[in-house]
Each structure stands twice: as structure tokens, then as C-alpha cells.
Design a protein around this ligand. Structure first.
Ligand code: SAH
Length: 241
């Protein structure tokens, strides 16, 4: 309790003391980000150095609306508009580690949302392809990732259930919305030895690691999770926001 109070005091002091220097906010965010990795991610058992480095580097506050910047390094998902959320930092790290991504890998992400998970992946892998069903989110993510200078990420507006045949097969597929069962078309776009990390279920969801073998797939339950549903194009309201 005391620790929390002093931390809040320190954050407030840093903000006011540095109100005249331009770098102040960024410095506070950087401190919060290092602490997020230590307390929420390393402490819960994430050990992959490349994942930890990416989480330390990527500025999560730039992926949430301005009024939520100060909450960006908290241990929770945050709203990004259109009824969607950016995942909890720990879950992003967990899924990235579970997919065992190599530096020469080609990755497909379903559910671009803010683009945060795509950027974490792009810090580790060679190429990232990401699909978002809501056009305005796909547009803003593409703009954001372009402005940030990521040349190894391609964003496509469209239905993730179809995958991205043109660039298949993939070394790994990360699905960040929950289908009710394993999407077979996506599984078929994995390389032999490729991994798909996907939350399955409607009300109750479980995160699965699906690995493509020479013949068939290995399916492993990892942990209970809560994701927004992976929807079909026919269920989208054009004016939802
Ligand atoms: N990965 C995101 C968070 C994703 S939230 C991030 O880092 O910010 C889940 C996203 O999946 C939402 O933006 C939602 O619109 C999208 N989505 C839901 N169903 C989809 C589908 N069938 N195809 C592609 N995207 C879908």
C-alpha cells in the first residue's frame, strides 16, 4: 500500500517537475513500460528475451486513444473504439512467446485492432501480415504503423477466416479474436511445423496452441482467456462505433 502511494507520488512529482521539459511525459511512459515488463510479464514467467525486449521497446500508449495514455501500462485490456480492445500486455507477451517466433519467420495475425500486437511481432519476425475486419480500424492501424516506419507489416481490411493465401504458408498465426472452433482455412495456411495460437470458445474461452505436423495437427490447451468474438462479415453493422 505504502509502495503504491509512493509510486503515485513519484509519478505526480515527475510530471509536475518536468512540466517545462519536453521529454517529461515520454520519460514517465518509459519508466512505466519497464515496470510493466518486470512486474506483469517477467514476474508471471515470460522468459523469451526477444519477447521481453520487444515489450520494453514498443510504446503501448501510442496505440490507445489519447485520454487513455496514462493507463497504457496498466495490467488490463483497454478500449480502442468500435467495441474492440487492445489486449492486456501479459497476454500479448504470452501469445508471442507461445508461437515460438524466429527472426526469419513470416507471421499472420488475425484482428489487427490498434496494431500493437502486430508491432510486437514485427520487432521479432521478418514479415507480419495482419487482417482486420473493421475498415476504420484497419485504416487507422495502417496509418499508425506507416507513420512509425514499420516496413515489414502489411495490413489488409477483410475477413480473417479466409487467411491470406497470397502469402501463405506461415510459420505462425496469432488470432486475437475468439472463433467458436479452430478455423480450418487458417490451420491449412500453416507450414509443416507451423504454430497457431488461438482463443477458442464463445462465453468460456481457452487459448490453444495448434501445431501442424507432417500429417494432422497437435492441439494443446494453454490457459483460460477473454477475447472479443471473431465475427463473420455478415454480422457487422456498418455504422457501429
Ligand atoms: N490485436 C489487437 C487487438 C485485437 S481486438 C491489438 O493489438 O490491438 C480483436 C480484433 O479482431 C478487433 O479489432 C476485431 O474487429 C477483429 N476481428 C474480429 N473478427 C474478425 C475477423 N473475422 N477477421 C479479422 N478481424 C476480426
Amino acid at each position: 500500500m505504502k509502495k503504491v502511494f509512493f509510486r503515485a507520488l513519484l509519478t505526480a512529482a515527475l510530471f509536475s517537475a518536468c512540466s517545462v521539459c519536453a521529454a517529461s511525459e515520454e520519460e514517465v511512459f518509459a519508466l512505466n513500460r519497464q515496470r510493466m515488463v518486470k512486474e506483469q510479464i517477467e514476474r508471471r514467467g515470460i522468459t523469451d528475451k526477444r519477447v521481453l525486449d520487444a515489450m520494453r521497446k514498443v510504446k503501448r500508449h501510442l496505440f490507445v486513444p489519447a485520454h487513455l495514455h496514462n493507463a497504457a501500462y496498466e495490467d488490463r485490456p483497454l478500449p480502442i473504439g468500435y467495441g474492440q480492445t487492445i489486449s492486456q500486455p501479459y497476454i500479448v507477451a504470452y501469445m508471442t512467446q507461445a508461437a515460438r517466433i524466429g527472426q526469419n519467420d513470416r507471421i499472420l495475425e488475425i484482428g489487427t485492432g490498434s496494431g500493437y500486437q502486430a508491432v510486437v511481432l514485427a520487432e521479432i519476425a521478418k514479415e507480419v501480415y495482419t487482417i482486420e475486419i473493421l475498415q476504420p480500424l484497419a485504416d487507422s492501424a495502417r496509418l499508425r504503423l506507416g507513420e512509425m516506419g514499420y516496413k515489414n507489416i502489411k495490413v489488409k481490411p477483410g475477413d480473417g477466416y479466409k487467411g491470406w493465401r497470397e502469402y501463405a504458408p506461415f510459420d505462425a498465426i496469432i488470432v486475437t479474436a475468439a472463433p467458436s472452433e479452430i478455423p480450418e482455412e487458417l490451420a491449412s495456411q500453416l507450414k509443416i511445423g507451423g504454430r497457431m495460437v488461438v482463443p477458442i470458445g464463445s462465453f468460456y474461452q481457452e487459448l490453444y496452441l495448434i501445431t501442424r505436423a507432417e500429417s494432422g495437427f497437435k492441439k494443446e490447451a494453454l490457459l483460460p482467456v477473454v477475447f472479443v468474438p471473431m465475427v463473420r462479415p455478415s454480422s457487422i453493422q456498418p455504422d457501429a462505433n
